[in-house]
Every structure is written in structure tokens, then in C-alpha cells.
Design a protein around this ligand. Sequence first.
Ligand SMILES: N[C@@H](CCC(=O)N[C@@H](CS)C(=O)NCC(=O)O)C(=O)O
Length: 263
Amino acid sequence: MIELYQFELSQYSEKVRFILDYKGLEYKKIEVTPGVGQFELFRLSGQKQVPIIKDGNTIISDSTAIAMYLDRQYPEKPIVPTNPKDRGQCLLMEEWADESIGPKSRKVLFGALTQNPSFRTLILPNETPDFLKNIVSGIPSELLEFMGFGVGCTPDLVKEARDSLKQDLEALCLILADRPYLVTDTPCLADFTVAGLSLLLKIPEGSYLDIPEQIKGKGIPGLADNSDYEPFFTWRDRIYADYRQKLTSTGTSASGPQSIQID
Ligand SMILES: N[C@@H](CCC(=O)N[C@@H](CS)C(=O)NCC(=O)O)C(=O)O
């Protein structure tokens, strides 16, 4: 069975989970512990980011490379169109979403977290010990803002990212106004990338993710609750309902059991 090394709240992991679910492939999620667990990722793949998949003896890192591998290896229900123009648009939109929605939504989430201590602890992995959650919620907002300078998340850059995301969301609403999917009449890699990467803009409701109930449906103020972008989030909810597998009542993915430790 395919193994997916992931963080449950990683946007790029969500893109890969969408593709695995769409293709109906069974997979086992392996939740990586941030920091120490990433040594194992490095040993496996020569780099330390999720997602990584292990399919037999094949190990692939990077969500785009994983998408292309899965489409080659499991061609049923293709996700990259063959018609040249559609293919070009699909690949362009995937690349744009990876480089735009992904990094910018991380920045605006950081901005939202500095202002909201309880949201901060809720997005920590379920297994995080209570004492650590208390430390995280107790960090003063000013200190977090100061720390943001070191990671490219100054208040100005957060605002710039938010404004730019507004333009992205407006563009997506316009494109989706008269069509069911972003490129053709069937879902493709562009749709799964945009839907997956918008994870942090608004956390989906429903039992798709193993996360605290309290953060489901929550999102970035000014974006997730802005009626101008409702058509986009309604579209995204439909993509979830139609193509993403729900967890079973035992907490396992419908497409395979879940593990929280690196073997
Ligand atoms: N280009 C990569 C980006 C992956 C990425 O940014 N992963 C994040 C989680 S969403 C990560 O592993 N961050 C941990 C780190 O960089 O140490 C892809 O498409 O897979």
C-alpha cells in the first residue's frame, strides 16, 4: 500500500490526499513529528519537507512530482488533460497555486495566529502535550510579531500577502462563475491543487481531517468570512464532498489506516 508521509494540516499534503482519493488509491497516512520526525524524511528522500510518498521501493518527494508519478503509474482517472491547450492551462494553474496560494496563505495564517492564542494551540497536532500547548498559547502577540521578522512574516508582508490573496480569490471566483472546474468539464490537477492549497485559508468542515472539531470551518478573517469570495469556498466545499474521502468513525482514512508515528 502507498505510504504518505505528511502533516495533517499541510496544504501540499492535502493536494496529494485529494489526488489519491480521486484515483481511489489506498494509502496509509504517516504523521511526521515536526522537527525530529523530519530527520527520517531526510534519510528517506534527501530533503525534509512533506509530502513524501513511498510506493513499494519508490520514494517521491514534492507534491508536483508525486502528482506526476501517480498519474503515470495509475493512469485510470487521469488528472492532467491530454488536449495541448487544456494541459498547458492545467500545468500553469497548478504551478501558480503552488507558488502563490501556498506561501501566501502560510503568511496570513501566521498573522492571524499572532492575534489569536487559542487558535494557535488548536492547530497544533492532536498529540501535542498540554504543557506545550500552554506554552504556545502563552506567547505574547508582540513577541510573535517580533519573531515574524525572522521568517518573512512582518506585519507589512502579511498585509501584502492578504491583499494579493484577495486578488487570487477574486480571479478564481470569476473563472468559476460559469464552469464547474477550473480548466475543463472534469476535475484535473489544477482543481485538486487549488482546493488542497486553500486548506489554511479556511479549514474545511466535515470529517476529512483528523483535527480538533473547534477549528473546522475557521479561517482567515477578511478572506474566509468575506461574502465576495463565497463562490470560491462553495466550489471548494463541493470538490471536497465529491472527491475527498471522509475519515471513518475509528479515525482512520476511508482509504487506509492512519498511523501517527514514523516506523
Ligand atoms: N514544493 C513542496 C512544498 C512542500 C512544503 O512546503 N511542505 C511544508 C508543509 S506544507 C513542510 O514540509 N514544511 C516543513 C519544513 O519546511 O521544514 C511541495 O510541493 O511538496
